[in-house]
Design a binder for this molecule. Structure first.
Ligand code: CA
Length: 230
Protein backbone atom coordinates (compact mmCIF):
# COMPACT_ATOMS: atom_id res chain seq x y z
CA UNK A 1 0.00 0.00 0.00
CA UNK A 2 1.54 3.31 -1.01
CA UNK A 3 1.80 5.65 1.93
CA UNK A 4 0.72 9.15 0.96
CA UNK A 5 2.14 11.96 3.08
CA UNK A 6 0.25 15.23 3.24
CA UNK A 7 1.68 18.40 4.72
CA UNK A 8 -0.99 20.68 6.19
CA UNK A 9 -0.04 24.34 6.59
CA UNK A 10 -2.68 26.25 8.49
CA UNK A 11 -2.30 28.74 11.36
CA UNK A 12 -5.79 28.29 12.80
CA UNK A 13 -5.59 25.45 15.27
CA UNK A 14 -9.20 24.26 15.00
CA UNK A 15 -9.02 24.02 11.21
CA UNK A 16 -5.59 22.41 11.32
CA UNK A 17 -6.85 19.74 13.70
CA UNK A 18 -9.98 19.15 11.65
CA UNK A 19 -7.90 18.73 8.48
CA UNK A 20 -5.53 16.35 10.21
CA UNK A 21 -8.39 14.23 11.49
CA UNK A 22 -10.18 14.09 8.15
CA UNK A 23 -6.97 13.19 6.30
CA UNK A 24 -5.98 10.51 8.79
CA UNK A 25 -9.43 8.96 8.55
CA UNK A 26 -8.86 8.75 4.81
CA UNK A 27 -5.59 6.86 5.52
CA UNK A 28 -3.21 9.68 4.69
CA UNK A 29 -0.14 10.32 6.83
CA UNK A 30 -0.19 13.91 8.05
CA UNK A 31 2.40 16.44 9.12
CA UNK A 32 1.23 19.89 10.05
CA UNK A 33 2.76 23.33 10.34
CA UNK A 34 1.47 26.71 11.47
CA UNK A 35 3.48 28.83 9.03
CA UNK A 36 5.68 28.64 5.95
CA UNK A 37 8.90 28.54 7.93
CA UNK A 38 7.86 25.51 9.94
CA UNK A 39 6.44 23.94 6.79
CA UNK A 40 9.76 24.37 5.00
CA UNK A 41 11.49 22.61 7.85
CA UNK A 42 9.04 19.68 7.71
CA UNK A 43 9.41 19.52 3.95
CA UNK A 44 13.14 18.99 4.31
CA UNK A 45 12.70 16.34 6.99
CA UNK A 46 9.93 14.27 5.45
CA UNK A 47 8.82 12.77 2.18
CA UNK A 48 5.85 14.89 1.13
CA UNK A 49 3.38 13.90 -1.58
CA UNK A 50 0.99 16.84 -1.37
CA UNK A 51 0.74 20.18 0.42
CA UNK A 52 -2.54 21.55 1.70
CA UNK A 53 -1.76 25.21 2.08
CA UNK A 54 -3.80 27.95 3.68
CA UNK A 55 -3.83 31.21 1.75
CA UNK A 56 -3.83 33.46 4.82
CA UNK A 57 -0.83 32.71 6.99
CA UNK A 58 1.17 34.89 9.37
CA UNK A 59 4.47 35.98 7.82
CA UNK A 60 4.86 34.59 4.31
CA UNK A 61 1.41 34.13 2.79
CA UNK A 62 0.34 30.76 1.43
CA UNK A 63 0.23 32.00 -2.12
CA UNK A 64 3.68 33.55 -1.84
CA UNK A 65 5.14 30.35 -0.41
CA UNK A 66 3.49 28.34 -3.19
CA UNK A 67 5.14 30.64 -5.72
CA UNK A 68 8.54 30.08 -4.11
CA UNK A 69 8.14 26.32 -3.92
CA UNK A 70 7.18 26.04 -7.56
CA UNK A 71 10.39 27.87 -8.50
CA UNK A 72 12.46 25.66 -6.21
CA UNK A 73 13.70 22.65 -8.18
CA UNK A 74 13.69 20.22 -5.27
CA UNK A 75 10.08 20.97 -4.35
CA UNK A 76 8.44 22.10 -7.58
CA UNK A 77 6.98 18.66 -8.24
CA UNK A 78 4.96 18.49 -5.03
CA UNK A 79 1.30 19.22 -5.77
CA UNK A 80 -0.23 22.08 -3.81
CA UNK A 81 -3.88 22.64 -2.98
CA UNK A 82 -4.57 26.14 -1.69
CA UNK A 83 -7.22 26.69 0.95
CA UNK A 84 -8.94 29.99 0.58
CA UNK A 85 -11.68 31.71 2.55
CA UNK A 86 -12.28 34.05 -0.32
CA UNK A 87 -14.57 33.26 -3.17
CA UNK A 88 -13.33 35.88 -5.59
CA UNK A 89 -12.43 34.71 -9.04
CA UNK A 90 -9.32 36.87 -9.00
CA UNK A 91 -7.82 34.97 -6.08
CA UNK A 92 -8.49 31.62 -7.65
CA UNK A 93 -6.76 32.73 -10.81
CA UNK A 94 -3.87 34.10 -8.78
CA UNK A 95 -3.53 30.82 -6.90
CA UNK A 96 -3.41 28.77 -10.07
CA UNK A 97 -1.12 31.36 -11.64
CA UNK A 98 1.60 30.81 -9.07
CA UNK A 99 1.46 27.09 -9.81
CA UNK A 100 -0.97 25.69 -7.25
CA UNK A 101 -2.56 22.51 -8.60
CA UNK A 102 -6.00 23.25 -7.24
CA UNK A 103 -7.74 25.41 -4.66
CA UNK A 104 -10.62 24.77 -2.33
CA UNK A 105 -12.80 27.45 -0.79
CA UNK A 106 -13.67 27.37 2.90
CA UNK A 107 -15.99 26.13 4.22
CA UNK A 108 -15.77 22.76 2.51
CA UNK A 109 -16.93 19.29 3.45
CA UNK A 110 -14.50 16.49 4.30
CA UNK A 111 -15.77 14.52 1.32
CA UNK A 112 -15.08 17.38 -1.04
CA UNK A 113 -11.61 17.84 0.36
CA UNK A 114 -10.68 14.17 0.07
CA UNK A 115 -12.12 13.96 -3.43
CA UNK A 116 -10.03 16.98 -4.50
CA UNK A 117 -6.88 15.55 -2.96
CA UNK A 118 -7.37 12.21 -4.68
CA UNK A 119 -8.05 13.93 -7.98
CA UNK A 120 -4.84 15.97 -7.71
CA UNK A 121 -2.83 12.91 -6.70
CA UNK A 122 -4.22 10.99 -9.64
CA UNK A 123 -3.56 13.83 -12.04
CA UNK A 124 0.00 14.28 -10.86
CA UNK A 125 0.70 10.55 -10.84
CA UNK A 126 1.45 10.46 -7.13
CA UNK A 127 -0.61 7.38 -6.49
CA UNK A 128 1.68 4.40 -6.18
CA UNK A 129 5.00 3.81 -7.85
CA UNK A 130 4.71 4.77 -11.50
CA UNK A 131 0.97 5.02 -11.02
CA UNK A 132 0.58 1.29 -10.54
CA UNK A 133 -1.18 -0.62 -7.79
CA UNK A 134 -0.80 -4.36 -7.48
CA UNK A 135 -2.29 -6.95 -5.18
CA UNK A 136 -3.57 -10.49 -5.37
CA UNK A 137 -2.56 -10.85 -9.01
CA UNK A 138 -4.48 -7.73 -9.98
CA UNK A 139 -2.62 -4.81 -11.48
CA UNK A 140 -4.17 -1.37 -11.79
CA UNK A 141 -2.45 1.26 -13.89
CA UNK A 142 -3.78 4.65 -12.90
CA UNK A 143 -2.25 6.64 -15.74
CA UNK A 144 -3.35 4.24 -18.45
CA UNK A 145 -6.60 3.55 -16.66
CA UNK A 146 -6.21 -0.20 -17.12
CA UNK A 147 -6.81 -3.15 -14.84
CA UNK A 148 -5.18 -6.42 -15.72
CA UNK A 149 -5.04 -9.95 -14.36
CA UNK A 150 -2.04 -11.55 -15.97
CA UNK A 151 -2.28 -10.62 -19.62
CA UNK A 152 -6.02 -10.09 -19.61
CA UNK A 153 -7.48 -6.63 -19.34
CA UNK A 154 -10.62 -6.34 -17.24
CA UNK A 155 -13.54 -4.34 -18.52
CA UNK A 156 -14.98 -2.31 -15.65
CA UNK A 157 -17.13 0.82 -15.33
CA UNK A 158 -15.56 4.08 -14.08
CA UNK A 159 -17.13 3.54 -10.65
CA UNK A 160 -15.82 0.00 -10.40
CA UNK A 161 -12.40 1.25 -11.44
CA UNK A 162 -12.42 3.80 -8.61
CA UNK A 163 -13.71 1.20 -6.18
CA UNK A 164 -10.97 -1.23 -7.09
CA UNK A 165 -8.42 1.55 -6.99
CA UNK A 166 -9.53 2.40 -3.47
CA UNK A 167 -9.41 -1.24 -2.37
CA UNK A 168 -5.98 -1.79 -3.89
CA UNK A 169 -4.57 1.26 -2.13
CA UNK A 170 -6.23 0.36 1.20
CA UNK A 171 -5.88 -3.40 1.55
CA UNK A 172 -6.64 -5.39 4.67
CA UNK A 173 -8.89 -2.81 6.29
CA UNK A 174 -12.62 -3.04 6.75
CA UNK A 175 -14.71 -0.20 5.35
CA UNK A 176 -18.37 0.42 5.98
CA UNK A 177 -20.70 1.22 3.09
CA UNK A 178 -20.83 4.84 4.23
CA UNK A 179 -17.04 5.07 4.28
CA UNK A 180 -16.83 3.56 0.82
CA UNK A 181 -19.43 6.04 -0.43
CA UNK A 182 -17.38 8.91 1.02
CA UNK A 183 -14.11 7.66 -0.38
CA UNK A 184 -15.14 6.36 -3.76
CA UNK A 185 -18.22 8.29 -4.79
CA UNK A 186 -17.46 11.55 -2.99
CA UNK A 187 -20.10 14.08 -2.13
CA UNK A 188 -21.31 15.06 -5.59
CA UNK A 189 -24.58 13.15 -5.43
CA UNK A 190 -26.69 11.49 -2.83
CA UNK A 191 -26.39 7.74 -3.26
CA UNK A 192 -27.97 4.99 -1.25
CA UNK A 193 -25.80 2.55 0.63
CA UNK A 194 -27.09 -0.43 -1.30
CA UNK A 195 -25.51 1.08 -4.42
CA UNK A 196 -22.23 -0.01 -2.89
CA UNK A 197 -23.50 -3.60 -2.73
CA UNK A 198 -24.55 -3.46 -6.36
CA UNK A 199 -21.09 -2.38 -7.49
CA UNK A 200 -19.36 -4.85 -5.20
CA UNK A 201 -21.47 -7.62 -6.71
CA UNK A 202 -20.52 -6.57 -10.25
CA UNK A 203 -16.87 -6.30 -9.36
CA UNK A 204 -16.91 -9.75 -7.75
CA UNK A 205 -18.52 -11.19 -10.86
CA UNK A 206 -15.75 -9.73 -13.01
CA UNK A 207 -13.06 -10.97 -10.62
CA UNK A 208 -14.70 -14.40 -10.48
CA UNK A 209 -13.88 -14.88 -14.16
CA UNK A 210 -10.26 -14.92 -12.99
CA UNK A 211 -10.84 -16.79 -9.73
CA UNK A 212 -10.12 -13.61 -7.76
CA UNK A 213 -13.56 -12.94 -6.25
CA UNK A 214 -12.34 -13.91 -2.76
CA UNK A 215 -10.28 -10.73 -2.62
CA UNK A 216 -13.41 -8.74 -1.79
CA UNK A 217 -14.63 -10.00 1.55
CA UNK A 218 -17.89 -9.25 3.27
CA UNK A 219 -17.53 -8.42 6.95
CA UNK A 220 -20.93 -9.14 8.40
CA UNK A 221 -22.60 -6.21 10.09
CA UNK A 222 -19.94 -3.80 8.99
CA UNK A 223 -18.90 -3.69 5.37
CA UNK A 224 -16.18 -4.86 3.05
CA UNK A 225 -12.51 -5.64 3.09
CA UNK A 226 -10.06 -6.21 0.27
CA UNK A 227 -7.50 -8.77 1.31
CA UNK A 228 -5.41 -11.65 0.00
CA UNK A 229 -5.83 -13.64 3.20
CA UNK A 230 -9.21 -15.09 4.07
CA1 CA B 1 -5.22 31.19 8.10
Amino acid sequence: MPEINVLVVEDEEAIREMLTMVLEQASFTVNSATDAQMAMHLLKENKTDLILLDWMLPGISGVEWARRLKKDESHAEIPIILLTARGEEEDKVKGLDVGADDYITKPFSPRELIARIRAVLRRTGKYGKGGKLELGGISLDIEQHRITVGETELSVSPTEFRLLEFFLSHPGRVYSRTQLLDQVWGRSTYIEERTVDVHIRRLRKILAEHQREDLIQTVRGFGYRFSEST
